[in-house]
Ligand binder design. Structure first.
Ligand SMILES: CC(C)(COP(=O)(O)OP(=O)(O)OC[C@H]1O[C@@H](n2cnc3c(N)ncnc32)[C@H](O)[C@@H]1OP(=O)(O)O)[C@@H](O)C(=O)NCCC(=O)NCCS
Length: 215
């Protein structure tokens, strides 16, 4: 895999994927010119993604920490927000491209340094490419970047216990099951339990992508 840049914007590319013969998988920033393709992709996958979509809860009465809720951003605003999050170093908001076609999204979020040096990875792929190893390959590429370029020590993926396809992704990649987090994330309007799977840099000295390729 080649890195194109060490700071945001970052593009990661892999051309030699066993499950994607001849296919090039690219993780790159979303840009304004993706608008029409992105809108089509989201529209075609609305039902596929709906039950896993994160939501923002109402602020608890009497509290004032949460930022005010805003209407959904336009695509242009969305790209600008992702770019700002990438540049402030807390997030790597990648679009996933397979053979030049947008097919999903992988976000490395909650990037923290200090005593923790950790991050959280979330992802989705379009239904029409499901089952081809796109998500595990993308997770392996992003994890290697976090460990080898950002110097992070740990990555985690949080998955609802009923999300069998996503559980397969982390199982195939060999992430450790760290157990259940009760009411961990707000999904589809309610707090939902998640299982946490994690990996530290010491567990994959030769890189996760290399381990995934050689399985
Ligand atoms: C979870 C998800 C990202 C997996 O991506 P992927 O690129 O298909 O991953 P894989 O190719 O490794 O397939 C994983 C499992 O999905 C299942 N699967 C395969 N094809 C499928 C299809 N057409 N429809 C549904 N599930 C399928 C299989 O159980 C597969 O495991 P296997 O390789 O042992 O057979 C994808 O299903 C998705 O985007 N789902 C909706 C959003 C979501 O759940 N995001 C994750 C939230 S934690």
């Amino acid at each position: 895999m080649r890195w194109r840049s060490r700071t945001w914007p970052v593009t990661l590319r892999d051309d030699s994927l066993r499950d994607l013969p001849g296919g090039a998988l690219v993780l790159r920033p979303l840009v304004r010119s993706d608008r029409d393709e992105w809108m089509d992709l989201r529209e075609h996958n609305a039902v596929w993604l709906d039950r896993w979509e994160a939501t923002i809860p109402e602020a608890r009465p009497g509290t004032r920490g949460a930022p005010p809720r805003r209407p959904a951003p336009t695509f242009r605003e969305y790209v600008r927000l992702l770019d700002a999050a990438g540049r402030d170093g807390t997030t790597l908001p990648f679009a996933i491209e397979l053979d030049g076609e947008l097919v999903g999204q992988l976000t490395v979020s909650s990037i923290t340094y200090g005593s923790m040096c950790s991050a959280s990875i979330g992802y989705w792929v379009s239904e029409h490419v499901a089952g081809r190893g796109v998500a595990p390959t993308a997770v392996a590429m992003a994890t290697d970047y976090c460990f080898e370029e950002l110097g992070l020590h740990r990555v985690e993926v949080n998955i609802r216990p009923e999300n069998a396809p996503s559980l397969r992704v982390v199982t195939k990649l060999g992430l450790r099951d760290e157990g259940l987090r009760v009411a961990f994330l707000h999904i589809q309007g309610r707090w939902c339990d998640h299982r946490t799977f994690a990996l530290t840099a010491e567990e994959v000295p030769g890189g996760l992508l290399a381990r995934w390729r050689s399985r």
